[in-house]
Design a protein around this ligand. Structure first.
Ligand code: ATP
Length: 294
């Protein structure tokens, strides 16, 4: 039995002429321990999809099931890492993580909760910054706090909504590795929303494209055949990697072009550049400049 299942899920916002049909007929099964990446176009409904799984939104049609039970709201069984860190600015690193630990582990003593908090802060290498406030941290450090906070709650599923897209290329690369390292230790089920195909190939077992909206739906899945731990340099040299990357890209470009012919809406393709031999190249999201990753 799948751990998480979305069956014929559709979601719209608004009503009458202003109704936006964001997601349509989404079907997805995720098994325990799997790492699934959903790669989508800007504005296609990726966050809506994560919020449906998190229980912050409910489908208009279809159902979202966890352990075969309908999701009725957010719960500690699902840990979310957002793009914008969502830390409480007036609390220290320790207190931001501890707050979540206190909520999730009411049966533990204060001493045990404090030790658990410190363990996860250490896991993301933030012990030296334990007493700092978010404003005193870099973007990468803030995202590490979010990772620690989500994992410290020991969720069954880790939901990541473009967690690294606001970071610079180097920080992004090192956090990708850290998340994967922690994920392999705990073997959590993970769903990563990303607009970066390379990130999906490096991190996930399966990549599933989300087609452009309105009525975005999941496209055919692509299995990632590389063994773990994955060495980014080795993968990058592997002809299988280039083939897989091109297949996913071709699908996204084709589906994007088809949608443009039937709609005036402009879609922004995932941040991608053609592969140069031996390197991954992508565009920085905000500054619109091309950055060499390796
Ligand atoms: N609460 C809401 N009310 C009305 N419209 C909404 C709401 N949430 C999302 N939308 C609309 O649904 C569409 C998809 O939004 P969503 O944030 O899910 O896309 P996304 O793929 O995550 O976007 P991005 O790539 O910019 O992060 C957008 O047109 C958005 O304006």
């Amino acid at each position: 039995m799948a751990l998480l299942e979305l069956k014929n899920v559709s979601k719209s916002f608004g009503s009458g002429p202003s109704q936006i049909d964001v997601l349509s007929d989404i079907n997805l099964s995720v098994h325990e321990g799997e790492f699934v990446a959903i790669v989508g176009f800007s504005g296609s409904g990726k966050t809506t999809l994560i919020n449906l799984i998190n229980g912050l939104l409910f489908p208009d049609k279809g159902e979202v099931l966890l352990h075969d039970q309908r999701i009725t709201g957010p719960g500690p069984d699902r840990g979310v890492i957002f793009q914008n860190y969502s830390l409480l600015p007036w609390l220290s690193v320790y207190s931001n993580v501890k707050l979540a630990v206190d909520e999730a582990f009411t049966h533990l003593s204060e001493k045990e909760r404090a030790a658990h908090t410190d363990q996860y802060i250490d896991m993301v290498n933030l012990t030296p910054a334990r007493d700092k406030k978010p404003s005193e941290l870099s973007g990468g450090m803030r995202q590490r706090v979010s990772v620690a906070r989500a994992l410290a709650m020991n969720p069954e599923i880790l939901l990541m909504d473009e967690p690294l897209s606001a970071l610079d290329a180097l920080t992004r690369g090192s956090l990708q590795e850290e998340i994967i390292k922690i994920w392999s230790q705990d073997k959590k089920t993970a769903i990563l929303i990303t607009n970066d195909v390379d990130e999906g190939i490096l991190m996930a077992d399966r990549i599933i494209p989300l087609t452009p909206g309105p009525k975005a739906t999941l496209g055919p899945e692509f299995n990632v055949p590389f063994d773990r731990p994955r060495d980014v340099t080795e993968i990058n040299k592997d002809p299988e990697y280039k083939k897989l990357r091109n297949e996913i890209l071709e699908y996204l470009i084709e589906v994007g072009a088809t949608r443009r012919q039937v709609s005036d809406q402009k879609y922004i393709l995932p941040d991608l550049q053609p592969t140069m031999p031996g390197r991954i190249i992508f565009k920085k999201k905000k500054k619109k400049e091309t950055v060499k990753y390796f």
